[in-house]
Design a protein around this ligand. Structure first.
Ligand code: NAD
Length: 488
């Protein structure tokens, strides 16, 4: 580690953040956090247990009523100060994120800015929690509609966007007046711990947020979900874990937000602007090393342009530089761990066995890290295993198609429904296909849909609820109606 890297790691509190205090795990246990580029241990972090989690819940439940009564403007100002602090510390936080997660530094900077925008957006939403007032249809009663904080929340986040997936939940929870217990991913606890520090400095009252890194996610979260005092769980991660959390949430009938896996189709029609489509495919595929729920997983190119599109995409992918995200001029970092790399290799092998052609890449990169080379596969048959599996790596499979009907059928032939992309210059087709795609989001002639001001989320097995946009705060509010009678 360079001096700068060591300084950035040294700055982070590595204990639990419990009820506004930093303290060791009650068991005294810690676990190592690794740099996926070097496989060296960066530091050890406190390992929370069920006892710590129940203590965090006691505090969250105790603080909840008073926190919900805090003036909305005050909650908004805490978020705005936190936004400014994130941006002031963008550089150090980006280095920290690259160290624990591997993404190139420029992308880590981008994620800090994206993460900060959730705080800015919800600082503005905190003062716009509106209700309603109306007269009943028979004229005899009045309806007063109010929206109130749901109560203590369990927040669970993944490793691929260690900062933004946290602020996307913490922002609206603070704006709505909810207390919360955050369990970050084991691979990337440092960004979440740094965030707790920033929120404290921004004035978040003690006990509103606890952060519990752990090697025993189920052991820490399940007792809380079954306790009865947690009123909501907001989860971002795989569909398999999301499904299990939904089952656990049933016992206390919890409100749930589920941002789950994706399998995005990226469709390029013959009439598309091919330069724009290649630019869009690079973004949709390679953002975050391909480790994004929004990643283009199946690239469908119409037969008139399939060859030319694959050629141009291969040129661009072949020019990318693979390496440690903190080194200069690196475009693509390592995968998160060896399991991820083996999974990607298995999917490439399967596609090749079924007749796909490797145009570029197709194997592990050099060095001790979990590197996989940017890869383009041409003529991938629809039946390849990667059609039904999130690749979560830098592999772009191009599948040729002939007709709109055929590609729509293939695009929708999956249990996932997070996002789809389509490139065409035909306005009728743009609307027709956008309406027919079974996904919560569509990128029409653009390769990125994530925006704090827009409602992010999926349909089918990709999840429930939306994060960001005007509806993002609704996930943390209950609707109450007061019927007013006795009027003459
Ligand atoms: P994961 O489901 O393995 O883990 C996500 C989180 O759940 C982690 O904090 C993990 O510790 C926790 N977890 C694991 N087992 C648990 C259990 N038994 N009980 C409670 N918590 C448990 O997913 P991951 O590998 O960290 O992230 C990648 C997945 O996340 C991909 O499927 C990706 O598509 C998805 N994702 C979705 C979105 C979205 O907005 N839809 C965004 C980012 C990532």
């Amino acid at each position: 580690m360079s001096d700068r890297e060591a300084r950035v790691v040294a700055q982070v509190n590595k204990t639990l953040f419990l009820g506004g205090k930093w303290r060791e795990a009650s068991s005294g246990s810690t676990f190592p956090v690794e740099d996926p580029s070097t496989r060296k241990v960066l530091c050890d972090v406190a390992d929370a247990s069920k006892e710590d989690a129940l203590e965090a819940l006691d505090i969250a439940a105790e603080v909840q009523p008073e926190w919900a009564r805090t003036a909305p403007r005050e909650r908004g100002e805490i978020l705005h100060r936190a936004y400014r602090l994130l941006m002031e510390r963008q550089e150090d936080l980006a280095v920290l994120m690259t160290l624990e997660m591997g993404k190139p530094l420029a992308e880590a900077r981008g994620e800090i800015a994206y993460a900060g925008e959730f705080f800015r957006w919800f600082s503005e939403e905190a003062v716009r929690i509106e209700g309603g007032f109306s007269t009943s249809p028979d004229g005899k009663a009045r309806f007063l509609i109010m929206r109130q904080a749901v109560g203590p929340c369990m927040l669970i986040t993944p490793w691929n966007f260690p900062m933004a997936m946290g602020t996307r939940k913490i922002g609206p929870a603070i704006a709505a007046g909810c207390t919360m217990v955050l369990k970050p991913a084991q691979q990337t606890p440092l960004s979440a711990l740094a965030l707790a520090d920033i929120l404290t400095e921004a004035g978040l009252p003690e006990g509103v947020l606890s952060v519990l890194p752990t090697t025993d996610p189920g052991g820490v979260t399940e007792p809380l979900l079954k306790d009865g005092r947690i009123r909501k769980v907001s989860f971002t991660g795989s569909t398999a874990v999301g499904r299990m959390l939904l089952e656990q949430s049933a016992s206390q009938v919890l409100r749930t937000s589920m941002e789950l896996g994706g399998n995005a189709p990226f469709i390029v029609f013959d009439d598309a602007d091919l330069d724009a489509a290649v630019d869009g495919a690079m973004l949709a595929k390679m953002r975050n090393i391909g480790e994004a729920c929004t990643a283009a997983n199946r690239i469908y190119a119409q037969s008139g342009i399939a060859e030319e599109f694959s050629r141009r995409l291969s040129e661009r992918m072949g020019a990318l530089r693979l390496g440690r995200g903190l080194d200069d001029n690196v475009d693509v970092g390592p995968l998160i761990d060896d399991k991820a790399r083996q999974k990607v290799q298995g999917l490439v092998d399967d596609a090749v066995e079924r007749g796909a052609e490797v145009l570029v890449g197709g194997g592990r990169g050099e060095g001790p890290g979990h590197f996989y080379r940017p890869t383009v596969l041409a003529n991938v048959p629809f039946a390849a295993e990667l059609s039904n599996t999130e690749i979560f790596g830098p592999v772009a499979p191009v599948m040729p198609f002939d007709t709109e009907e055929e590609v729509l059928h293939a695009a929708n032939d999956t249990e996932f429904g997070l996002v789809s992309y389509l490139y065409t210059r035909d306005l009728n087709r743009a609307f027709r296909v956008s309406e027919a795609l079974e996904t919560g989001m569509v990128g029409l002639n653009q390769g990125v849909v994530s925006n704090p001001a827009a409602p992010f989320g999926g349909v089918k097995h990709s999840g429930l609820g939306r994060e960001g946009g005007r509806v993002g705060i609704d996930e943390f509010l209950d609707v109450k109606y007061v019927g007013i009678g006795g009027l003459s």
